[in-house]
Design a binder for this molecule. Sequence first.
Ligand code: IMP
Ligand code: MG
Length: 335
Amino acid sequence: MIADVVVDLQYGDCGKGKIAHALCRERDYTHVIRYNGGCNAGHTIYHNGVKFVTHHIPCGVFFGIKSIIGPGCVIHVDTFLEEIDKLEKAGIPASKLVHVATNAHLITDFHRLEDGKDEIIGTTKKGNGPAYRDKYGRRGVRALEDPRLQNYLINMYHELFENEEEEEIEILFEGAQGFGLDPDWGDYPYVTSSHCTVGSAILNGVPPKCIRDVWGVAKIYETYVGAKDFEGPDEIFEEIRELGQEYGATTGRPRQINWLDFDMLKMASRINGVNKMVINKMDILEEVNAWCLYDGPNLYEFKKRSDIEFWITGKLEMEVNKEIEIMFSGDKEYI
Ligand code: IMP
Ligand code: MG
């Protein structure tokens, strides 16, 4: 068994969906597994030029790969079934390919109602926090208890370890949210309720020694949606928001914008053991022609794209991993 992991190094919305989609096209994965979060996630994917937004369903469905909502996830059944339906109508055979781990937990309508009242964190109001609270409080409801999911259920242990046909299992773990929203490493309490690091993927039943590549995904500027003040004072952020279409894929909320925080990028890369990194949205800063980042409290301004690329690459090679492979991307569908 071997597994690659896609993790977000900032606050979500860095383009994990795009990277996972591109990796599925290039590699021979047998499984794509979503390992954390629920329908608070919104993955924007361009498949053959057509835009799709998925919440629960992993991107393996676009390539005929078995796609699993893992035990680390929480699932809202109505949303899930609607998503299957939407994909089927677009010609993607999702109902055959998608499976839900028996031990994933349900987001109930009551969880949604409760989360809907949040005024402190600025949650997506999708019931995520209350569902995880009940899971760890030992009064949650698991996927295997919902009759509507019976055709989708999969026993993760059997699938990974007692399936003779699947000796050569190759997994892509598709993460949700991001390092800055992790309950332990993020800016608590302005975080989500499931872990957003490689450690979280491991919890879905795959031994640590099986991990091959860790793909860290970031943007050349940062965005955050939620209740805390995040946006910098620079007027250019308004322009970046419009050009970059920085509005939540799940809630439509405008994302707050700031320059890249190199310290956090470094910390997230170290903790996740990132060996491949993609820094997205280069095209947007190219359009506004401004290249800045924070290194600690200092704001650095660069003259051109190649200067900032050189600086980031040099620092990451020196301080994180000599062998790290870094790609700077400005394309919606390809890396
Ligand atoms: P929750 O996950 O809905 O409880 O929201 C907690 C925090 O995480 C809020 O600031 C949300 O905006 C943020 N969040 C949750 N999911 C995502 C995501 O997929 N992308 C970006 N932010 C997210
Ligand atoms: Mg998103």
